[in-house]
Design a protein. Structure first.
Length: 164
């Protein structure tokens, strides 16, 4: 008989489920970071870099494509349909809108979920050099958390500017 799992350690029983849950929470936060904003607000540059809320959403679409497609299957960025570099992934075109970038992100996240569904955390993939699947999850989780924090700050600044 196995000893009971403490309340503190209970979430580690289903580590994969917990990782999926955390990644999905950040995906949702990033997807929604442009909700209720005007197209102009979503493109507003408040820092010296190309970072905008809409640009962040395009960038995390790139992140999902690199780590949950290219790293798994070895497909090129062109085949995946994402920017060729991290810097270019922030670039907005005239045709980019809140709706179009959100739709692209939703499609990419769905493709990521399908790509990872049959893989165990200890499986090894070789699309960008050999890596364990758990390492891909940690990388994506780290990047989504970081960029969700950026998005929170930018959105807070944009909304505060509405009241002044």
């Amino acid at each position: 008989m196995e000893p009971p799992v403490s309340e503190h350690a209970a979430w580690t029983v289903d580590l994969r489920g917990r990782l999926d849950e955390l990644i999905d929470e950040y995906r949702t936060a990033l997807h929604e970071c442009v909700d209720g904003l005007t197209e102009e607000e979503a493109r507003l540059r408040l820092v010296p870099s190309k970072t905008t809320l809409l640009g962040l959403l395009k960038h995390v679409t790139y992140v999902e494509g690199v780590w949950f497609d290219q790293a798994v299957f070895g497909r090129s960025t062109e085949e995946i349909g994402i920017a060729s570099t991290p810097d270019r992934s922030f670039t907005l075109t005239k045709s980019d809108t809140i709706a179009s970038v959100q739709a692209g992100y939703r499609r990419r996240c769905a493709a990521s979920r399908r790509a990872m569904a049959e893989r165990g955390l200890d499986d090894v993939v070789g699309g960008r050099g050999e890596r364990a699947v758990w390492a891909l999850y940690v990388q994506v989780l780290r990047e989504l958390a970081q960029h969700a924090g950026h998005a929170d700050i930018l959105r807070e600044q944009i909304l505060a500017d509405r009241t002044t």
